[in-house]
Design a protein around this ligand. Structure first.
Ligand SMILES: [Zn+2]
Length: 403
């Protein structure tokens, strides 16, 4: 039921690159299996379903290869660095979680989480301390490695101008939250209709609304790129920012695992491609070290939801292939894992869109990593339970010291 098709690449693939190349080829085309010749890695054989049109498959492969091998030398060097990250794909920490049961009921029983109406929640007790602890501990660990990080803080509102420039309303509209305001000249009618409706919002609510001027941010790093619009940067930059994120997950929320509103700690790297790629590699490595130190068990995976840029727009930018990696933490009771951090390289997507550059170079890249604070706390509690006597010594000690 499978047919095969052979083709030759324009350069050989390194051993660690073969895995990501095959993975991406299967993801982005209709082929089912990829075989890269071990002796000459330029030779590739793919297998596809018999009922597929070979010409279509060929076209998909050609498009894929065109994107994969970006001819620019500088980008190619940075990409090589990027590929080193594949060493981490098999990473799995040696930590030994002590809890095997779902903590959800206990969490509610103890009142650390109280469910409120409309998928909302109240956090209290030890949970608040843990949420603060994981953020501070992470920042402290990373800061050991840097001496030039700029810390910034923003509101959660993004003026629509920026999202229009990013074409975000077309590429990823459904996860956005839009804070609405009334049209000024409808305020009186609106109040009247509310009165008639006994305090409830009227069904024809839309009639009173203006076009939103803002959206709620889906990641805190955006504003760093906005803040650099039309500027020249003298040196490579590292930022850190913590912020609230809003994602419309519909009804798919589940305690700390999936929230409409959560907090994220980010580190952002801007400048020469190699600087961005290298730092993304390093912080991924240090994140594992940090997890190991705290006892959180996890692994690394290549993510399949890279970036919100649509395929049409992609060709206008230099965007490296392995855009996104995720660090996942084990959720022992269901023998599964949950993404707690992601590591992205955006190429020149933000610098070109917002016209900033390092020393007038059009090779100005950006990359960021984000740690989901609630998910990190959630997976820790799933791995060790709610009884703090069972928690790793380092966490008990640092919490006691009022970390
Ligand atoms: Zn980010």
């Amino acid at each position: 039921m499978f047919e095969s098709y052979k083709f030759e690449l324009k350069r050989t693939l390194s051993n660690i690159e073969i895995k990501s190349f095959s993975y991406l080829l299967m993801q982005q085309t209709s082929v089912h299996k990829v075989y890269v010749d071990e002796v000459n890695s330029k030779n590739v054989t793919v297998y596809y379903l018999q009922n597929k049109d070979i010409d279509e498959i060929k076209k998909e492969i050609d498009d894929f290869l065109e994107q994969y091998f970006i001819s620019n030398k500088e980008v190619a060097i940075a990409l090589e660095g990027n590929i080193i990250t594949n060493d981490y794909l098999d990473y799995c920490s040696t930590c030994k979680p002590k809890n095997n049961t779902n903590i959800s009921i206990e969490l509610l029983k103890r009142g650390w989480i109280k469910l409120l109406r409309g998928h909302d929640m109240q956090f209290s007790g030890e949970l608040i301390r843990l949420l603060e602890y994981f953020d501070r501990s992470y920042v402290k660990y990373m800061m050991k490695h840097y001496d030039n990080v700029k810390e910034v803080k923003y509101s959660t509102l993004i003026p629509k101008y920026y999202m229009e420039k990013l074409n975000y309303f077309q590429s990823a509209p459904k996860h956005l939250f839009y804070p609405m305001t009334l049209n000024n000249d409808t305020t009186k009618d609106f109040a009247n209709s509310i009165q008639k409706n006994k305090g409830k919002l009227p069904n024809e609510f839309n009639n009173y609304l203006g076009t939103p001027k803002y959206v709620l941010q889906s990641a805190p790093c955006f504003k760093i790129y906005f803040s650099l619009q039309d500027q020249e940067i003298e040196d490579n930059l590292i930022y850190t920012v913590k912020g609230e994120c809003y994602r419309n997950e519909g009804k798919k929320t589940y305690l700390l695992e999936r929230l409409l509103n959560f907090s994220m700690r980010e580190f952002v790297f801007l400048g020469e491609p190699n600087f961005v790629v290298e730092n993304r590699e390093n912080i991924l490595k240090w994140t594992f070290e940090w997890m190991q130190e705290l006892g959180i068990k996890g692994n690394c995976a290549l993510a399949n939801d890279p970036f919100f840029i649509c395929d049409d727009a992609r060709k206008n930018f230099e965007i490296p292939k392995n855009v996104k990696y995720e660090v996942k933490a084990d959720i022992p009771y269901k023998n599964d894992s949950l993404s707690i951090a992601s590591f992205d390289t955006h190429g020149n997507y933000f610098s070109k869109t917002f016209n900033f550059n390092i020393n007038k170079s059009n090779k100005t890249w950006s990359g960021c990593m984000g740690l989901g604070i609630e998910r990190c706390t959630w997976s820790f509690l799933q791995q060790y339970g709610l009884d703090n006597k069972q928690w790793p010594e380092i966490i008990r000690r640092e919490l006691n010291e009022g970390y």
